[in-house]
Design a protein around this ligand. Structure first.
Ligand SMILES: C[S@@+](CC[C@H](N)C(=O)[O-])C[C@H]1O[C@@H](n2cnc3c(N)ncnc32)[C@H](O)[C@@H]1O
Length: 313
């Protein structure tokens, strides 16, 4: 029983709990889901008899006491999280814990710097409702209010496996289970590098990344050779450094076994920040350029290259 109570302490990321397999309880099954009512967290108990379903909403402060009373009558208690399920089987306070992946056809996608998450919602809708694939989509962003709002919208639409977290992607603490795809849409400056570094180090098979605000090289680069003519005028220098940044990113992906395309994902008229890095993992590592020599010659550090040089990051 203590193990179950410990699981309940960390209930922030729960999608649902299912209590089932009972000989004594009034309800043969109870499904419990988090819901927001006027921005307050409640737990909705969906109680199933043989032919009827009842709903009851319990405030978070009352939740633990109530569930403790109910738990003991059920021999199976399953906690559903994004991508995996923790199940307790047993009776009379003695349970065995097991963990499993939710679905073999499942796809898991991380969105770095999701912001208001228009794309994230569309991606989720596309996979789950159009392609009928069980998708888990997770968005990270720095902004608490935006993340809260996105979670509230996901709950409202019943998008069970679409979750948003306040997270600075440059600080680590990212999803540590297998990921199928990462996406970034205009994740600012070096946030894109952290996403790509995560993808490389975790062998993520697919990457769709549209960078923006590539300020890093622009702030450091010094003239020292063939590029100098491109560094003379601020406007050209800025554009050139943005292109250089994305070229270096593409090269690093290629050196790590990705097949990489750079393409315009929308017409320039809609957004000038329209270069997409599209990459998929292969077994062929191709090295075309010596990035370190380039960095040294023009006196700049580039975050993805720095991160790749340090395997611990
Ligand atoms: C220009 S917005 C793009 C939002 C969204 N992807 C879109 O296209 O509508 C960039 C987002 O990246 C987020 N961001 C920037 N740096 C970040 C970091 N280090 N960790 C997480 N999010 C970050 C910002 O908070 C912002 O919401």
């Amino acid at each position: 029983m203590q193990k179950i109570l410990t699981e309940l302490q960390n209930r922030n990321s729960l999608i649902k709990i299912i209590l089932s397999d009972t000989k004594t309880a009034e309800f043969k099954k109870i499904i419990i889901r988090p819901i927001l009512i006027k921005n307050n967290l409640f737990w909705q108990f969906e109680k199933h008899t043989q032919n009827k379903v009842y709903h009851e909403n319990i405030q978070d402060v009352e939740f633990l006491e109530l569930i403790k009373l109910v738990l003991q009558e059920y021999m199976q208690i399953a906690f559903f999280y994004t991508g995996y399920t923790v199940t307790f089987s047993g009776s009379k306070g003695k349970y065995t814990k097991s963990q499993s992946s939710n679905n073999l056809k499942e796809i898991t996608i991380l969105d770095f710097g999701c912001g208001k998450s228009y794309l994230t919602f569309i991606i989720y809708h596309y996979f789950v409702y159009i392609k009928k694939i069980k998708a888990t989509v997770i968005g990270y962003d720095l902004k608490e209010d935006v993340v809260q709002n996105c979670n509230a919208i996901a709950l409202r639409y019943g998008y069970e496996n679409l979750k948003f977290y306040v997270n600075d992607v440059t600080k680590g603490n990212l999803y540590n289970k297998p990921i199928d795809m990462i996406i970034t849409l205009h994740a600012c400056d070096i946030a894109t590098d952290y996403a790509l570094d995560y993808a490389i180090k975790n062998n993520v098979p697919f990457i769709f990344s549209v960078p923006c605000c590539q300020h890093e090289i622009n702030q450091q680069i010094r003239s020292n050779g063939d590029f100098d003519i491109l560094l003379k005028h601020g406007l050209i220098k800025e554009r050139f450094c943005a292109l250089l940044t994305d070229s270096i990113r593409a090269e690093i992906l290629s050196q790590n076994g990705y097949s990489v395309d750079l393409l315009e994902f929308v017409d320039f008229a809609h957004s000038p920040k329209n270069i997409m890095i599209r990459a998929n993992k292969t077994t062929r590592k191709i090295i075309n350029f010596d990035i370190q020599t380039l960095c040294d010659k023009y006196n700049f550090k580039q975050t993805l290259w720095q991160l790749q040089k340090n395997p611990k990051n």
